[in-house]
Design a protein around this ligand. Sequence first.
Ligand code: NAD
Length: 273
Amino acid sequence: MDQYKILNNGVKMPVLGLGVYKSGEDTKQAVLDALAAGYRHIDTATLYKNEALVGEAIRESGIPREEIFITTKLWNDDMRSGKQMEAFEQSLKLLGTDYVDLYLIHWPVSSALESSWKVLEQIYKEGRARAIGVSNCHMEHLMRVMAVATVVPAVNQVECHPYLSQKSLRTFCNNVSITMEAWSPLGRGNVLSDPVIGQIAKKHGKTPAQVVLRWELQENWIVIPKSVHKERIVENSQIFDFELDKEDMAKIDSLNQDRHFGTSPDDFENKQW
Ligand code: NAD
């Protein structure tokens, strides 16, 4: 299996990244451990308040900047207040870089969705983001963005794991060449004790986390599992040396319950974020 996907603008995006939501003070070491384990993609956001630690780790690793794919995201408040460009510039400053590889609208804030997309397009055209995309967008949000877009979003990052397989959204995105990226690809740990996954893990001599991530890769998702523990960071990267067969894939597919462990895009505006 290829370790990269080619986005709709030709940019190569590693299919495995490290998620750093709630990694706190451990972020720097987690990123260093991930880079040492071969990860070349880090997923952060303004919300996570750790862009500076991500930037420090990348510089300290000695790996050339252009070999590492950095994603960060525009936060809701900065959309509502019309400070999208300032927020982007602050992210660059904190990361200590003059471009990001992927800049995402974190949530489809209704009052500022189209206007924010226009700012992302400007950033893209200036070459300060190699690709731009969205997160937590359902079909209706994507239709709104695409109605005003001159650049089609490259990526839609949404919650996905065996209990939330997102089939219809994925079909829609495939049809309009938007690459799907799975957040909470381990269901925040909640899917790992499922007996079906345990059985398949045993069959392949792999761990439940590796089976779940491999299922997502074979379903064409980009995955960004989070951990701050070196052994788990390494474990989560060892997913390219085995393959799930049709029967395994069908068994995991059948676990879908359309169940969110995080916030659903249908409720987030009620949360007053
Ligand atoms: P996840 O599904 O990656 O689960 C992480 C948790 O799973 C860890 O805290 C740990 O408890 C457990 N875990 C990790 N590796 C394990 C292993 N090998 N064995 C057993 N347990 C293990 O959940 P997440 O952090 O919510 O999502 C991953 C990343 O996705 C985030 O860090 C963030 O970068 C991104 N994210 C984006 C959004 C968004 O709105 N765009 C929302 C949530 C998360």
